[in-house]
Write a protein that binds this ligand. Structure first.
Ligand code: AFP
Length: 310
């Protein structure tokens, strides 16, 4: 059984980029282990409940949102390969080191936080870009320019999924707090099983989306599953095959998911695994970002199920 630490040691010497990216993976995984210890540790009772304030998007903040944010930032400060961080909980780009030739990490430190209090699986999502683009020209931070993306799931066990160098690999956290390899090359199954969307939002979708979701509902080879933590719905579909949709609310003219630290990192992974992703009427990875906290629609999964419909 190969551990994540062994895998990192074996692969980080190939190039300067590999060295930096694997060091970033190492720091993220250390943060994920710390969060797992909090969640499954003796003081986990303290984690329930709201912090009492709202974040910059006007959303209620759970205690764990802030803890997860601080844990990852503390780990990132320890490496010079990360020069800046974008995070759901922070208004602006946070510069942590002065280097231009290092990397920018964009993260949702705690995805699905409203599921924490009811003990439903949650996760963390990360996208890593080179930091040598111009911040005033944010268009360079397209998903297709991602160097690596990864996510963690805190569920019945803690899982890490990494998309890098044309491969999607996964690790599971063992009882000694060590990540060991689960899968060395994840590809989407050819026969998808699931469609996944919040059907109660149906009234707010465009006619085209409503008709599209109807075709999924009557597709006899599919059944529905919906958790409400994006990364968990994504992970199930990645392993079993399927499609996840979070369409635009056309009544409010508003989409819910964040492009830079939700849609793009997952689109990068699905692309490597053989699938497709669309946001706001284009391939998610080709969408030119307008801002760090921009929201987008998302249709993501097996290529034979996803359609570019708005
Ligand atoms: P919370 O962080 O408020 O739980 O939101 C989770 C989320 O951003 C994403 O993880 C889910 O897929 C999506 O929202 C669920 O959206 P709906 O509430 O519209 O079902």
């Amino acid at each position: 059984m190969i551990s994540l630490k062994d895998y990192i040691n074996q692969n980080s010497a190939n190039s300067d980029q590999d060295k930096a990216i694997f060091e970033i993976i190492n720091k993220i995984s250390d943060g994920v282990i710390q969060i797992s210890k909090l969640l499954y540790g003796i003081n986990s009772l303290d984690l329930f409940g709201k912090y009492g304030g709202e974040n910059i998007h006007g959303e209620e903040v759970e205690k764990l949102d802030l803890l997860a944010n601080d844990i990852f930032l503390e780990n990132f400060i320890q490496t010079e390969y990360i020069s800046a961080v974008v995070c759901e909980e922070l208004d602006d780009i946070k510069q942590i080191h002065g280097h231009d030739d290092s990397y920018l990490v964009m993260m949702d430190p705690l995805d699905g936080s409203s599921n924490v209090d009811v003990s439903v699986s949650i996760g963390s999502i990360f996208g890593v870009w080179e930091n040598n683009f111009d911040y005033s020209d944010f268009k360079s931070y397209k998903g297709s320019n991602l160097k690596m993306s990864m996510y963690a799931i805190y569920g019945p066990n803690t899982i890490l999924v990494i998309g890098y160098d044309s491969k999607v690999i996964s690790f599971i956290l063992d009882s000694e707090s060590k990540f060991v390899m689960l899968d060395q090359n994840i590809k989407l199954p050819l026969n998808p099983k699931y469609y996944s969307t919040n059907l109660s939002n149906n009234k707010n979708w465009s006619k085209d989306i409503q008709e599209y979701v109807d075709t999924l509902r009557i597709n006899e080879s599919l059944t529905q599953r919906y958790v409400g933590s994006l990364v968990v719905d994504f992970h199930r579909n990645l392993l079993k095959g399927g499609i996840h949709l979070n369409p635009k609310n056309v009544r409010m003219n508003k989409s819910k998911l964040r492009l830079m630290y939700e849609a793009n990192p997952l689109a990068y992974i699905i692309n490597i695994a053989g699938g497709k992703s669309f946001s706001e009427g284009v391939d998610t990875l080709e969408l030119e970002p307008e801002g760090i906290h921009q929201t987008v629609s998302l249709i993501i999964g097996n290529a034979n199920l996803t359609k570019n419909i708005e």
